[in-house]
Design a protein around this ligand. Structure first.
Ligand SMILES: [Fe+2]
Length: 253
């Protein structure tokens, strides 16, 4: 696999879209950071060179469906457009031979891209498909946590400072589970941040916890805010402790 050639082709594809649109630009740089996180995880797992390159490729192309999604629907909301993981997988089914010179990894790439954005990975995947699906999910979540340290909620700090947390979100953190909001739930502004913090409970690999801890994303995300409500303040302290202890426990194993 020639990853430098893949990067050139990715750049060429992405530049068909409107870079004056900040959301396109953000997805472009997100893709490169997820490539880098995938590579870091793969190296820390001592994968061989070919597998490191495959991990990088999947990381770079995981959100390939985002560009058409934004162009066609002006939203990244899958609910109001299409499932961007499925769309990306279909795009790659059609175009993989142009991007990769061997068909050896086709199913792994397609399944990983398809499953990267699902609440849970589909059943029925083989060991390799499952391995790389888990890897790109970790890498993607790491970058969403990074983006939450500065890019997301920029200029909305005051709104967040005056926000509170749903009991439901708070309970999810206490139960070490992902936060899945159901239709009709009335969310507070802070709940979207809690949902991102809860990503740590879905990490698959120890290196992902190492990268998270080394970059101190959890404390950086929460360090941006000064919550006004006393209950919220107390809950956030607890949440911060629960998550940091969870990360430490994973690193001790
Ligand atoms: Fe995605």
């Amino acid at each position: 696999m020639d990853i430098r050639d893949s990067v050139i082709k990715f750049k060429k594809y992405a530049h068909n879209f409107d870079f004056a649109n900040k959301d396109i630009e953000r997805k472009y740089f997100h893709s490169f950071r997820v490539k880098s996180f995938s590579e870091q995880i793969a190296k820390k797992l001592y994968l061989d060179n070919e597998k490191i390159k495959l991990s990088s490729f999947i990381g770079l192309f995981h959100d390939i469906g985002r560009f058409e999604q934004l162009k066609q629907f002006s939203t990244f909301n899958d609910y109001y457009s299409f499932d961007h993981g499925n769309f990306g997988a279909e795009y790659l089914k059609e175009n993989l031979r142009f991007l990769v010179d061997t068909d050896e990894f086709d199913d792994i790439i397609i399944q990983s891209v398809k499953n990267h954005n699902k609440f849970r990975i589909a059943s029925g995947l083989n060991d390799d498909e499952l391995f790389y699906s888990k890897l790109v999910r970790d890498a993607d979540k790491l970058d969403i946590l990074f983006e939450s340290t500065s890019i997301f909620w920029e200029g909305k700090e005051d709104i967040i400072n005056n926000s509170s947390i749903l009991d439901y979100s708070y309970d999810c953190i206490k139960n070490h589970s992902l936060v899945e909001y159901k239709k009709g739930m009335k969310l507070e502004n802070l709940d979207s941040i809690i949902k991102v913090l809860a990503f740590v409970f879905d990490f698959n690999y120890t290196p992902s916890f190492q990268i998270l801890k080394n970059n101190d994303y959890i404390n950086k995300i929460l360090g941006r805010y000064r919550f006004n409500d006393a209950t919220t303040k107390k809950r956030i302290c607890e949440i911060q402790d629960i998550i940091n202890s969870f990360i430490d426990s994973k690193l001790e194993q």
